[in-house]
Design a protein around this ligand. Structure first.
Ligand SMILES: Cc1cc2nc3c(=O)[nH]c(=O)nc-3n(C[C@H](O)[C@H](O)[C@H](O)COP(=O)(O)O)c2cc1C
Length: 359
C-alpha cells in the first residue's frame, strides 16, 4: 500500500501536535508494511485555487498554477492508495493550509454535472485515493469536531472513499509532563490505528476510543492550568514555545491558583503505591493552610489543616511561590531557615519527581 501522509500544521516539529499524532500513525502503517511518504505542507508551496477552471477546460486535468502542488504533490496524491490529512482544527474546521491542498485536488474531477438520486455531482476524471482524516484540537470536548466530521462525511463518506476519522481533543496535553502516561497510551493507540488502516482499511471503534480517551480526570483543571500558562506568557512577554523551551512554571498569585497548579503538575506515575498528606501552612499575604492527599497515583487538594499530615511545610506564601516557579532554590531556602519542613522529609525530597516543573 502506498500512502501519502500530509501534515497541514504550520507549526514546526516538536511543537505540532498534528505531527506528533501523524508520526505515531505512520509508524503503525510502516510496521504493517505500507510505504509512506510524509510531507509537511508548510515546507511546500501550495497556493490557493484561483478558480480559473483551466484544469477543467484549456488544460484538462492539469492545474495552471506552477507550484509544488502541480509539480510534485498532485501526481503523488493521484498515485497513492491512501491519503492521510493531518491538521489542527482551526475555527472548528480544516485549517487553511490543508484546505488549500484539498481545493487544489479539483483536477481529479471533470466539469460535467451528473445526477445521482436527488444530488448533483461531478464525475471523476481519475481514481480518487481513499482518505483518512486526523485532526487535533485545543478544547477538551469531542464535540468540537462535529462540524468538521459532518463536512468530511458529506464530501467523502458518501462515496466510500473515507477510510477513517481520527480526532484528538485536548491535544496540547500530549506534551505536558504530568500527562506523559496518558499521552503514551494515546500515541500507542494511534500507532495501532495506523496498522489497522493498512491491514483492515479502517480503524476499529476500540482503537478510536483509546485515542479519544480523557487525558485528565478533570479537564476543567487542565483548562485552569492552561489559563495560568497564558497569564505567565503575557506577564513574561514570551511565546508558548519560549515558555516551554525556558522551562517556565507559572507563578501562582493566590491560593486558588496554587492549588490548581499543584494538582495539574502532579505526575500520577511517580506516586504509584505512595500514600502521603502534604500540608502547607502559609504566612504573609495569604495566611492559611492547604493540604494535598496523595494516594496511589491520585491527588486531592483541600483548604484547611489535615488531621495528621505526613509532611508540614511552613513558609511565607510568596517565598513558596518563588520556589515553585524556580525563582528561589528550595534546598538553599531550607538551609537558610527561610521555611521549615516538619515530619517525613523524604516526601519533601521527592517533590521534584512528584510534580512536573517542581525545582
Ligand atoms: C487560528 C487557530 C484557531 C484555532 N481554533 C480552534 C478551534 O476552533 N477549536 C479548538 O478546539 N482548538 C482550536 N485551536 C487550537 C488548535 O487546534 C490546537 O492548539 C492544536 O493542538 C494545534 O495543533 P498543531 O500543534 O498541530 O498545530 C486553534 C488554534 C489556532 C492557532
Amino acid at each position: 500500500m502506498h500512502v501519502l501522509a500530509l501534515n497541514g500544521s504550520p507549526r514546526s516539529d516538536g511543537m505540532s501536535k498534528s505531527k506528533i499524532m501523524l508520526n505515531a500513525l505512520v509508524e503503525g502503517m510502516r510496521e504493517a508494511g505500507a510505504e509512506v511518504d510524509v510531507v509537511d505542507l508548510r515546507e511546500k508551496k501550495v497556493r490557493t485555487c484561483r478558480g480559473c477552471m483551466c484544469c477543467w477546460t484549456a488544460t484538462p486535468g492539469v492545474c495552471a498554477i506552477k507550484d509544488d502542488m502541480t509539480a510534485e504533490l498532485f501526481p503523488k496524491w493521484l498515485k497513492a492508495d491512501l491519503a492521510v490529512y493531518a491538521f489542527p482544527l482551526y475555527h472548528f474546521t480544516v485549517n487553511a493550509d490543508m484546505k488549500a491542498f484539498i481545493e487544489r485536488t479539483l483536477p481529479v474531477l471533470q466539469p460535467f454535472f451528473i445526477s445521482v438520486g436527488k444530488e448533483t455531482l461531478h464525475p471523476l476524471r481519475h481514481r480518487h485515493p481513499r482518505v483518512a482524516f486526523l485532526s487535533v484540537a485545543g478544547f477538551p470536548e469531542h464535540s468540537v469536531f462535529d462540524q468538521l466530521s459532518s463536512w468530511v462525511r458529506f464530501l467523502y463518506g458518501r462515496f466510500g472513499i473515507l477510510a477513517a476519522e481520527i480526532y484528538r481533543p485536548m491535544a496540547e496535553g500530549l506534551t505536558i509532563p504530568s500527562l506523559k502516561r496518558k499521552s503514551a497510551e494515546v500515541l500507542d493507540a494511534t500507532r495501532r490505528a495506523g496498522s489497522e488502516l493498512v491491514e483492515q482499511g479502517t480503524v476499529s471503534e476500540e482503537t478510536l476510543s483509546r485515542i479519544t480517551q480523557d487525558m485528565h480526570d478533570d479537564p476543567r483543571l487542565f483548562l485552569q492550568a492552561g489559563d495560568l500558562m497564558w497569564k505567565a506568557c503575557i506577564r513574561e512577554g514570551v511565546t508558548v514555545r519560549e515558555f516551554f523551551e525556558r522551562g517556565l512554571v507559572p507563578r501562582p498569585e493566590d491560593p486558588g491558583e496554587f492549588m490548581t497548579l499543584m494538582q495539574a503538575a502532579f505526575k500520577p506515575e511517580a506516586a504509584q503505591g505512595m500514600s502521603a498528606v502534604i500540608q502547607f501552612d502559609f504566612s504573609g499575604r495569604h495566611e492559611d493552610s492547604y493540604c494535598f492527599a496523595i494516594d496511589n497515583g491520585t491527588i486531592r487538594a483541600a483548604k484547611g489543616a489535615a488531621e495528621s499530615p505526613g509532611l508540614t511545610i511552613r513558609s511565607d506564601f510568596d517565598l513558596w511561590m518563588d520556589i515553585l516557579c524556580n525563582r528561589a532554590d528550595s534546598q538553599q531556602m531550607f538551609l537558610e531557615h527561610k521555611y521549615t519542613a516538619l515530619g517525613d522529609l523524604s516526601v519533601l525530597i521527592r517533590m521534584k519527581e512528584l510534580f512536573a516543573g517542581e525545582s
